[in-house]
Design a binder for this molecule. Sequence first.
Ligand SMILES: [Zn+2]
Length: 67
Amino acid sequence: MSDNFIEVRCVICGHAWLEDIDELKRQQGIYKAVVYRGASAKTQSYRARCPKDGTWVVVDVEEVDDA
Ligand SMILES: [Zn+2]
């Protein structure tokens, strides 16, 4: 069971919920190109859907590589 959750807030209705990052990765892969900020950190974007009104929200997830 994953504990890799991120809080997502809907830009339309303001509803906040938790998404499983690993599940987002399995469902859709990387939504847009990986943005490198440096040698050890990068940001990846995924799409999550608001359970209230179905709005797609882009979620930026920062991942730190263990060097
Ligand atoms: Zn919403």
